[in-house]
Design a protein around this ligand. Structure first.
Ligand SMILES: Nc1ncnc2c1ncn2[C@@H]1O[C@H](COP(=O)(O)OP(=O)(O)OP(=O)(O)O)[C@@H](O)[C@H]1O
Ligand SMILES: [Mg+2]
Length: 334
């Protein structure tokens, strides 16, 4: 393991903001920290960066203890949410800043800064000031500045949240591409589940200062372990135990031992409409999502969401048959 976080703990006042955080980042790995506002993502990143002390636990990089190492000796590249460029410096001077304080000479700084600007395709804007650049360009410069020092790891705190959807998607791919080419591990904070699923080798889903689940994006989506993960990542139908025992008895065979604490999670794409005529449902609403429609139906006394191709005719008020693909049954803990 490259970066190792062991039983990390943080308290603000009487608030436990981080509770026994255990997390590993491998060399070359892209890890996303995902969770709702206030769950402790930024706090965790700041502790890793050395900008905030922890109240317990251990932090190590490549086997070396980090806990008492000051931020500037950690050699981490950091990009925060708001554009953090120095307004009175050009793009090139911003990129070279970290090198200057590390005592590089002028010629070396010039060469390295231009290499970094070429890497992010902004070499022709090297002499512009931040206010002469778009939001996306500024974030790319911030990324180049973080990369210039040849960091051991890159820490990103919602670097794309101020950008519009289109630029954001393009930037995501650029970050991923740069990361692949340089092989630098990245730990990125986001509260956007789509972003995490698209970028990460490993997603860390946090809730109220604790880690709910760590896994590959497809594992978190297809095999959520808790109700929170099922609900926070993607859309899901969460069915109570007594409903399942009455209306989906075939799912009961896989119910874990401590049965009372479980819900059955069925993702919308595993709810099939125009299926079983013996299981009629009423269409409540249909929403258009481009390549598919989300259809809300009332079935056996509960509302459920199904995802259907939008060439299937289905209107509010219509009666449809419902069936389920049992491959999509996952019991999750409440
Ligand atoms: N300096 C501080 N003093 C007291 N409480 C703090 C301090 N910094 C953060 N907190 C609290 O710690 C909790 C976690 O905050 P943090 O900024 O880590 O959340 P976050 O997951 O990054 O949220 P967001 O997605 O909104 O950025 C919050 O409840 C916040 O109010
Ligand atoms: Mg934050």
């Amino acid at each position: 393991m490259y970066l190792e976080i062991d039983n990390l703990y943080k308290i603000f006042g009487d608030n436990i903001v981080l509770d026994r955080i255990n997390l590993e980042v491998d060399s070359g790995e892209f890890v996303c920290l995902l969770g709702p506002s206030g769950c402790g993502k930024t706090t965790l990143l700041r502790i890793i960066a050395g900008l905030l002390p922890s109240d317990g636990g251990k932090l190590s990089l490549d086997g070396k203890h980090l806990t008492n190492l000051p931020a500037r000796e950690r050699n981490f590249g950091i990009v925060f949410q708001s554009y953090s460029l120095f307004p009175h410096m050009t793009a090139k001077e911003n990129v070279g800043y970290g090198l200057k304080i590390r005592g590089w000479n002028k010629k070396e700084i010039e060469k390295r800064s231009m290499e970094m600007l070429e890497l992010i395709n902004l070499a022709e804007m090297s002499n512009r000031y931040p206010h002469q650049l778009s939001g996306g360009q500024q974030q790319r410069i911030a990324l180049a500045r973080a990369l210039a020092i040849d960091p051991s790891i890159i820490l990103l705190d919602e670097p794309l949240s101020a950008l519009d959807a289109k630029v954001r998607e393009k930037m995501r791919m650029e970050i991923k591409d740069v990361q692949r080419r340089l092989g630098i591990p990245i730990l990125m904070v986001t509260h956007d589940q789509e972003e995490a699923l698209a970028l990460a080798d490993k997603v860390v889903c946090m809730n109220k200062g604790m880690i709910e689940q760590i896994g590959r994006p497809d594992e978190l989506y297809l095999r959520p372990r808790t109700r929170f993960v099922a609900d926070f990542i993607g859309a899901s139908n969460l069915m109570a135990l007594d409903w399942v025992s009455k209306h989906l008895p075939e799912a009961m065979a896989t119910l874990p031992q401590e049965r009372d604490e479980y819900f059955l999670c069925i993702r919308p794409e595993f709810v099939i409409l125009n299926g079983d005529a013996a299981k009629p449902a009423n269409v409540k609403s249909v929403t258009f999502h481009g390549s598919f429609n989300r259809v809300c139906v009332e079935y056996a006394g509960v509302e459920m969401t199904a995802e259907v191709h939008n060439h299937i005719q289905c209107d509010p008020g219509a009666s449809v048959g419902v069936s389920f693909d049992a491959n999509g049954f996952v019991w999750v803990k409440s």
